[in-house]
Design a protein around this ligand. Structure first.
Ligand SMILES: [Zn+2]
Length: 154
């Protein structure tokens, strides 16, 4: 999916979590969740975050391919486990959930994601073409839901 779609999906899901689960501290949770929801695309220099953090994405892209290992469930699972073990479960949850939201969004695209790479390379995929008309329709729906959810806070 495009950067703007990931950002919108991240914002919507973050707001829903804030509304129903009241994580604390809310600002740190929200910022980390949103950052994690765009982070997996750091595996390519061509993405928004990969372009912004090009020294990191340049090195990473030598070792992993786009929508490869960094789009599997392992990094969020391991990071949450570490954070929870050291007493920072909320921080770990913000990162892991934001990251998983990104992977989930990419899983409905034609290219899909290898959820269990490198152990099981079969990709979970959908029918939305990245940057295609259907993604823009999806983005519009997410933005409407985002507006409704944001308005429900007042
Ligand atoms: Zn991605």
């Amino acid at each position: 999916m495009m950067f703007k779609t990931h950002l919108a999906v991240g914002a919507l899901s973050g707001l829903v979590i804030l509304k129903f689960f009241h994580p604390e501290p809310a600002v740190i949770f929200s910022l980390l969740f949103l950052f994690a929801s765009i982070l997996p695309d750091i595996d390519t220099t061509k993405s928004f975050i990969g372009h912004k953090l090009w020294p990191v994405s340049s090195v990473l892209s030598l070792f992993v391919k786009h929508r490869g290992f960094l789009h599997s469930i392992w990094l969020p699972l391991v990071s949450f486990s570490f954070a929870a073990y050291f007493g920072y479960a909320m921080i770990g949850a913000a990162f892991a959930l934001g990251y998983l939201v990104h992977i989930l969004a990419d899983s409905v695209t034609e290219e899909g994601v290898p959820l269990f790479a490198p152990f099981f390379m079969r990709r979970v995929r959908g029918f939305i073409k990245t940057g295609g008309t259907l993604e823009y329709v999806f983005l519009l729906c997410v933005c409407v839901m985002l507006g409704v959810t944001a308005a429900s806070f007042y």
